[in-house]
Design a protein around this ligand. Structure first.
Ligand SMILES: [Zn+2]
Ligand SMILES: [Zn+2]
Length: 141
């Protein structure tokens, strides 16, 4: 997914985001990752470059990103994971290994228009989280 780090950082700055290289590294990693990382995974990654970065800085940055709708939070196995793909897609969530994969499928639009017709809502967005076992895990569980 394409994004402009400068724009993201600027929009966060308006919300009182204190700009430090560590925080920019956190935002950059989260925006680029397709792994739907947890706060701990983000922390580990950013620590490689900035060993002094604290887990609470990661949490604070994620909170701000979430309130600015830059990330969605998904819970898997009791842990929060962060998805910077805020466009409509299906998250396939493996309950064994915890992997989360994105899937784009035309059926999302079909479901939305059916729901809009039946409910008379004007649908703005919808998230689809499908839980199960991935192709590697399904034979093991
Ligand atoms: Zn799996
Ligand atoms: Zn996703």
């Amino acid at each position: 997914m394409q994004y402009k780090l400068d724009q993201v950082v600027l929009s966060l700055r308006k919300e009182g985001f204190r700009i430090t290289p560590q925080r920019i590294a956190i935002v950059d990693y989260v925006m680029k990752s397709e792994e739907h990382p947890s706060a701990e995974q983000i922390h580990k990654f950013v620590q490689k470059k900035y060993p002094m970065v604290s887990l609470s800085t990661v949490y604070k940055t994620l909170d701000l990103m979430r309130s600015n709708k830059l990330v969605n939070e998904i819970e898997v196995k009791g842990e929060s994971r962060f998805d910077a793909n805020t466009g409509e897609h299906i998250n396939l969530i493996c309950l064994n290994c915890g992997k989360i994969e994105d899937l784009d499928d035309a059926s999302i639009k079909e479901i939305q228009s059916r729901v809009a017709t039946r409910s008379r809502y004007r649908i703005l967005r919808g998230n689809f989280d499908f839980y199960g076992y991935c192709s590697l895990c399904k034979s093991k569980v």
